[in-house]
Write a protein that binds this ligand. Structure first.
Ligand code: SF4
Ligand code: SF4
Length: 334
C-alpha cells in the first residue's frame, strides 16, 4: 500500500498548481528543525553533535512559521533534535494547522505521554515515531534500554487518544531482510500504526558513526528480499510505488533535493539535510543560489550511496503525477 489517499490528493492538487504557474522548483515538504537538542544519543545522529550554544537554542514560533510560509510547502515534518523539548512546539503545530499544512511531528516518543495533553487530534496532523527495529535492535540503535517499550507505550496512548500515528524506521548494514519483515509486520499488524516510513541509513557528514551505513547494492538487495511474496502491497507504507521500486532496484531515479528542503536554527541547508554545503536565510536564496545539477549519485561523490527519501521521493512523486498509468497505480494502492 502507498501513501494515504488524502495526502496524495493534496499533493496532486499542489503539483498541478505549480505546473499551471510554470514553477520549475517548489517544495513538497519542508523538514523543519526548531532545535537540535535531544533526550537521546542515537549512534547514527549528527544533530546532537552540534556545539553546546546551538544545542541550547530554540527557534522562535514566528521564525518557524515565517520560513514555512515563505516556502509555500503544503507539508511540514518537524524534527530536530527532539521537538517535544521545544517549549512552544504545540503552538508551532497549531499555527501550521491553522494555515492548512499537513504536519508530521517526528519524535522518539519518550516524552510524548508527558506532552500529549497539549495536542488535539486533527485530520492534517500525525505523530511520526522513530522505531529502528524490534526491542533489542531499537534499544541498541537509540543507546537506551527501555527505549522500544517506552515508544510502544506512547504510540498506544496516542492511538487511544484518537491521534494518527506513523512510524519512521531506518535500516543499517547489520539489518537482514528478516529484520525488515519482522519490524514492519509488527508495526502494521500488531501495533496497527496508520502508515510506516522506511529509509536506508546514509552516512551524512556530521554522523558520529560512519561504519554501519548501506551502499546502493546492499540497499536494493535488502528491500528486494524484504518486499518479496507480496509483502510490500500488504504493508501500509507512506511512500509512492515508484520510490519503493527504486529502493528494491526495479528502477533508478535522479535526486530532486529541492523537493524536500531543510530549515533549521542555522537557516535553509544546502542542498539537503544530509549534506552541509552552507546555509542561507531564505527559501528563495536556497532555490536560486544552489547549483542543483551538481548533486545526486554520479555527480557528487558524497551522494554515491544515498537513496534517501528526501532526495528521491520527490522525483518519484513527480514521475507519478506525470503518468496516468502511475497515478492509477498509486491511487489503487492507497
Ligand atoms: S532520537 Fe532522533 S534526534 Fe534524538 S539522538 Fe536519536 S536520531 Fe538524533
Ligand atoms: S543524493 Fe540528493 S538527497 Fe542524497 S545526499 Fe546527495 S543531494 Fe542529498
Amino acid at each position: 500500500m502507498a501513501m494515504p489517499l488524502r495526502q496524495s490528493l493534496r499533493l496532486g492538487g499542489y503539483l498541478l498548481k505549480q505546473k499551471l504557474l510554470r514553477k520549475e522548483k517548489f517544495p513538497m515538504l519542508v523538514e523543519l528543525e526548531p532545535l537540535f537538542a535531544c533526550n537521546l544519543k542515537c549512534a547514527g545522529c549528527g544533530k546532537i553533535a552540534q556545539p553546546a550554544h546551538l544545542l541550547k537554542k530554540r527557534m522562535p514560533v514566528e521564525q518557524a512559521i515565517g520560513a514555512i510560509e515563505e516556502s509555500g510547502a503544503p507539508m511540514v515534518s518537524i524534527a530536530g533534535g527532539e521537538p517535544l523539548m521545544h517549549p512552544q512546539i504545540d503552538e508551532i503545530v497549531h499555527q501550521l494547522l491553522q494555515r492548512k499544512k499537513i504536519v508530521f511531528l517526528c519524535t522518539n516518543a519518550l516524552l510524548l505521554p508527558k506532552h500529549l495533553h497539549k495536542f488535539t487530534p486533527h485530520r492534517n496532523f500525525a505523530w511520526m515515531v522513530h522505531i529502528d527495529g524490534l526491542r533489542e535492535r531499537h534499544d541498541e540503535s537509540v543507546s537506551k534500554v527501555g527505549g522500544f517499550d517506552g515508544a510502544v507505550d506512547a504510540i498506544k496512548q496516542a492511538q487511544r487518544a484518537g491521534f494518527r500515528v506513523l512510524t519512521n524506521t531506518t535500516f543499517f548494514d547489520q539489518d537482514t531482510p528478516q529484520d525488515v519483515i519482522e519490524v514492519l509486520d509488527y508495526l502494521n499488524d500488531d501495533l496497527k500504526v496508520d502508515n510506516m516510513q522506511i529509509s536506508p541509513g546514509y552516512a551524512y557528514e556530521k554522523a558520529p558513526d560512519q561504519e554501519h551505513w548501506l551502499g546502493v547494492e546492499q540497499t536494493r538487495e535488502l528491500f528486494k528480499k524484504a518486499f518479496a511474496d507480496g509483502r510490500r502491497k500488504r504493508w501500509r507504507l507512506n511512500h509512492s510505488p515508484i520510490f519503493l521500486d527504486f529502493l528494491e532496484g526495479k528502477r533508478d531515479l535522479r535526486c530532486t533535493a529541492w523537493g524536500i528542503p531543510s530549515y533549521s536554527l542555522l537557516g535553509w541547508q544546502r542542498p539537503c539535510y544530509l549534506l552541509d554545503d552552507g546555509y542561507v536565510d531564505t527559501y528563495k536564496q536556497l532555490i536560486e543560489e544552489t547549483d542543483w545539477e551538481a548533486f545526486g549519485r554520479g555527480r557528487d561523490p558524497r551522494c554515491a550511496n544515498c537513496m534517501a527519501h528526501c532526495g528521491y521521493e520527490p522525483t518519484a512523486v513527480i514521475a507519478t503525477m506525470g503518468s496516468l498509468k502511475e497515478t492509477i497505480r498509486a491511487a489503487v494502492s492507497s
